[in-house]
Design a protein around this ligand. Structure first.
Ligand code: AMP
Ligand code: TRP
Length: 354
């Protein structure tokens, strides 16, 4: 618990097509949170640079994520939608956080280990420092809540570690300048400048798995397009991918304990539950004992019903890139005002620009 104003922030990288995993694990939550919170949603184009997209991929990808945000129902007028590189304070605060975060902390990041692979010496410094930029995204607004999928949990722990170390290292400067906000840390109330941001990782869709391998996350970057449903897939593509999804010869179990050793079956039921906004048990109540030849067409129909309106709206928006750019520019203007306020205080705290 803290006494910071509640604020939701999240980001999505413009690399590759958005998948059903991104939609269910993140974007759909972004939409729901708008009713109860002040929200800032960011297309993190600087993060995308860590995987070396071509300039055209990066520009098109940025517009396409923005289009997906809008098509899914994010309101860029009541809330803020923008792309990261337009608000220079993110990069500026990231540098300060590079000097707060420890090598040892970043060395433990599993996403870095996965992305860098065996040849770590050849990984970019940006890929290594990626989580410090992510912390800057969030803390530039002193955001209190971050909706993400399960794979981002470790990065959010690091964000808290950075906030806490900054608060501790500069505690007397923060207090001296009167910039502290009372916050609960364990049993104690302390003064801090940055909140200890809470991840919002809950619900059935925190980890949607690949359609080809129920033990691997569904990912934009999987070489097989059959492994994922893209938000822009046509109804035929969706039906084909679900038909071809890996399963086993058994019918669906009557209860969730029957998923033992059947990750692909569990994943498909989980996707159905998430799309229908119900539970796996309820889905098994309807489909337990049925073969996949009955369940898969029902899942395909549900997926098409939920996703095709979004895909249609994304296509309509993508036909007018000027409009998307103006939404992003206006969001960035409003975001900059808030981020600059934080940066001015941070610079005073650390002793920059007297
Ligand atoms: P990214 O595409 O890595 O920028 O991810 C954007 C958001 O989607 C993050 O909050 C991720 O945690 C979430 N996400 C990505 N893949 C999945 C997945 N397979 N299941 C659930 N959430 C996901
Ligand atoms: N690292 C996140 C991902 O891969 C993207 C991201 C960047 C992000 N900055 C963020 C997510 C800030 C939440 C908050 O999905």
């Amino acid at each position: 618990m803290s006494s910071f104003e509640p604020l939701v922030f999240s980001g999505v990288q413009p690399t590759g097509n958005l998948t059903l995993g991104n939609y269910l694990g993140a974007i759909r939550k972004f939409v729901a949170l708008q009713d109860t919170h002040d929200c800032i949603y960011c297309v993190v184009d600087l993060h995308a640079l860590t995987v070396n997209p071509s300039p055209k991929e990066l520009t098109d990808g940025t517009r396409s994520i923005a289009a997906a945000f809008l098509a899914s129902g994010i309101d860029p007028v009541k809330h803020i939608v923008f792309n990261q590189s337009r608000v220079h304070q993110h990069a500026e605060l990231a540098w300060i956080f590079n000097c707060v975060a420890r090598m040892g902390w970043l060395n433990r990041m599993t996403q870095f280990k996965e992305k860098a692979g065996k040849d770590r010496e050849n990984a970019s410094v940006g890929l290594f420092a990626y989580p410090a930029l992510m912390a800057a995204d969030i803390l530039a607004y002193r955001a209190t809540h971050v909706p993400v999928g399960d794979d981002q949990k470790q990065h959010l722990e690091l964000t808290r570690d950075i906030a806490q170390k900054f608060n501790n290292d500069y505690s007397s400067d923060i207090a001296g300048l009167g910039l502290g906000v009372p916050m609960q840390v364990g049993d104690e109330t302390v003064q801090g400048f940055f909140p200890l941001t809470e991840p919002l990782i809950e619900g059935p869709a925190t980890r949607i798995m690949s359609l080809r391998d129920g033990t691997k996350k569904m990912s934009k970057s999987d070489p097989s397009d059959l492994s994922r449903i893209n938000l822009t897939d046509t109804a035929d593509d969706i039906a084909k991918k679900i038909r071809k999804a890996k399963t086993d010869p058994e019918p669906l179990p009557g209860g969730t304990d029957g998923f033992e050793g059947r990750p692909e079956a569990e994943n498909l039921v989980n996707i159905y539950a998430a799309l229908a906004e119900t539970t796996k048990d309820a889905v098994l109540g309807d489909f337990g004992g049925q073969p996949f030849s009955v369940f898969k067409p029902a899942l395909a129909e549900l997926a098409v019903e939920k996703l095709s309106p979004i895909a249609d709206e994304m296509r309509r928006l993508m036909a007018d890139p000027g409009h998307i750019d103006s939404v992003l520019a206006s969001g960035a203007e409003r975001a900059s005002v808030r981020a600059e306020k934080t940066m001015v205080d941070v610079k005073r705290i650390v002793g920059l620009s007297a």
